[in-house]
Design a binder for this molecule. Sequence first.
Ligand SMILES: Nc1nc2c(ncn2[C@@H]2O[C@H](COP(=O)(O)OP(=O)(O)OP(=O)(O)O)[C@@H](O)[C@H]2O)c(=O)[nH]1
Ligand SMILES: [Mg+2]
Length: 443
Amino acid sequence: MHETLAEKLSRAFSVFRNKGKLSEADIKEGMRQIKLALLEADVNFKVVKEFINAVSQRAVGAEVMESLVPSQMIVKIVNEELTAIMGGKAEKVKFASKPPTIIMLVGLQGAGKTTHCAKLAKFFKDKNEKRPLLVACDVYRPAAIKQLQVVGEQVGVPVFTMGDKLSPVEIAKAGISHAVKYGNDVVIIDTAGRLHIDETLMEELQKIKAAVEPDEILLTVDAMLGQDAVNVAKTFNDMLDITGVILTKLDGDTRGGAALSVKYVTGKPIKFCGVGEKPDALEVFHPDRMAQRILGMGDVLSLIEKAEQSLDMKKAEEMERKLAENSFTLADYLDQMDQLRHMGPLDSILKMMPGVNQAALRDVKIDDRQIDRMEAIILSMTPLERRKPQIINSSRKKRIAAGCGQKVEDVNRLLKQFEQTQKMMKQFSKDGGKKFGRRFGLQ
Ligand SMILES: Nc1nc2c(ncn2[C@@H]2O[C@H](COP(=O)(O)OP(=O)(O)OP(=O)(O)O)[C@@H](O)[C@H]2O)c(=O)[nH]1
Ligand SMILES: [Mg+2]
């Protein structure tokens, strides 16, 4: 995400780099480039104007002019202003003081409503110890109800349906009574989408809103739509007075425009972002972390959070010790791959690492199947081979390849990758990445 924006911003910053003191002309030129980068990323022009004004004002001020490293100061200001324009701090979902909390998901067709009903339910279940109920109010699209049942089952959350003969308003009301009766403290209502905003849809959503008085109306918008996503958000907000936005498909090739503009244009915060199709591909939207991601600093905090959720810390420490003792083996490598897999799609994790070149990553597609294949190769080795890969000669390679149904070249490739990883990790811990290494067991 935001690769090109990060690259362009980094080019703009180079105007300031290696300069002892900045002149007003330097700042002007730098600002011009930042402005172009944002406009090309499809950021709303009003947002760009406001942003450039704010940054320029601070940049020509004493803060920067008198600082020892002006370029760093400017990056810091840009970071702060990007954060501010996206709302400053993360906005939580408000739970009702008297349960159930009612959350209604709205949005255009294919924006990700149904998928995010399940993701949210899982999130509240895991993080807030809630007992959510999903309610199927899309009675128009064939198979919409079935889809909600399937995703509900995936996350182990019950789904309330009444078929497609009743009106969505009746179903929503009955769903809430059901929740009260069975002790579900969060009700998430899945509604129908349309290709375009139309009156019938809006009227129906307004009726549901009036009937159930939701605590939250969350609009799902597809980040890939860029500026259009922002227009959609504005219209929905005008009609429904939404309480927040879920920006979906941020894992795709978005230019960043929607993330940067939604809050400013609608006044409503982005509360969550969707970063993949799986039920756990949901993140709380943190403006500061998003700003850092856009600036290409790497989203260290999100990464740490992710890692802490899924990595066994003891194991990670053990890895580091082994590395220090030079005894990191293929068996450990296998172990690591397994842990990494629990962290979610690898490329999304790599993107968040600081210092990872975003341009180089663009062509990298790491898929889980590749890990499966690597795993199969390692599993086909003897314990001794895993400990001492240097003994793997060509006849052993042939046996290993036959054992896992792959080619000798694949075995070679894996061994080479392992060697490189070992080298890279050693380098990293020498470079003071120790703490990082301990956290992730990666380096
Ligand atoms: N990559 C990616 N795909 C997503 C994300 N969220 C949803 N999708 C995919 O987008 C498609 C549409 O999602 P749905 O949840 O069915 O969208 P919807 O808004 O319910 O659509 P309608 O019910 O037809 O109005 C599905 O294939 C999802 O898997 C996301 O964050 N990232
Ligand atoms: Mg749907």
